[in-house]
Write a protein that binds this ligand. Structure first.
Ligand code: CA
Length: 243
């Protein structure tokens, strides 16, 4: 199966807390752990972006006053590359409303001293929102057929066992064409009209080569094809319902 981070409730509630004050950090950690979160602590923003991108964490608590890069700078940087939910943790007296107005990239903020129950409930709300968005995006960008999944964003094809392979631009265009015209005999001319672009005019022979490459990635050969069948003298037929 392709892991789409669907937020179905089976994944743990993972949270990253970035806070340089050990006492506040420990306090936050214990509140969130009591609420069932798996907490990762960080003292500053070093390596934070890489960590967020490598993880599936949905929400981040970010202190504003940090050594090195401050929370607002980090929030802006993260927002450029990630959809992670960001809650800024501020001290009283900081002009947060003004700062948030400057396109900080944060989703919410809390002011110390905070009410743990409210903080947890806001964190959960944001987590739900982020996961719902991710789920929606994942759905739009996946096409499924005969146990295979095609990820349109990554141009990646996963077989029924979940093994993923990268497709070249040509293979990808060809497979999309087949999916859109499943059950129709596609002549080489029609296929070419669909997959060529301004820089690229494939010929008949190239289509045959591409089909060969795609078949290999679908685990088939010309002599043993159930998904992409050769229709002699005409072209190809994609029949994903025949498995
Ligand atoms: Ca601080």
């Amino acid at each position: 199966m392709v892991d789409t981070d669907t937020g179905t409730g089976t994944e743990p509630d993972h949270l990253i807390i970035v806070e340089d004050e050990p006492i506040t950090r420990a306090l936050l950690r214990s509140h969130f752990e009591d609420a069932g979160f798996v907490v990762e602590e960080r003292e500053d923003g070093d390596g934070l972006t890489e960590r967020v991108l490598a993880s599936k964490v949905a929400v981040l608590l970010l202190d504003i006053k940090l050594p090195g890069k401050d929370g607002l700078t980090l929030a802006r940087e993260l927002r450029n590359v990630s959809d992670v939910g960001i809650i800024l943790v501020t001290s009283q007296g900081e002009q947060v409303d003004k700062l948030l107005g400057l396109d900080s990239g944060a989703d919410d903020y809390v002011t110390k001293p905070f009410d743990p129950r409210e903080l947890i409930s806001r964190t959960r709300n944001l987590q739900r929102r982020v996961r719902a968005q991710r789920h929606q995006r994942a759905q739009v960008h996946l096409r499924q057929f005969a146990g295979f999944t095609l990820d349109l964003n990554r141009r990646e094809l996963s077989d029924p066992q979940g093994r993923a392979q990268h497709l070249t631009a040509g293979e990808f265009q060809l497979l999309l064409t087949f999916i859109d015209h499943a059950g129709e005999v596609m002549s080489r001319d029609r296929i070419m009209a669909r997959i060529r672009n301004r820089e690229w005019y494939p010929d008949d022979r190239y289509i045959d080569v591409l089909v060969g490459q795609l078949r290999k990635k679908l685990g088939e050969t010309a002599g043993n094809a159930t998904l992409v069948t050769t229709i002699h003298g005409t072209g190809y037929l994609f029949t994903p319902d025949v498995t």
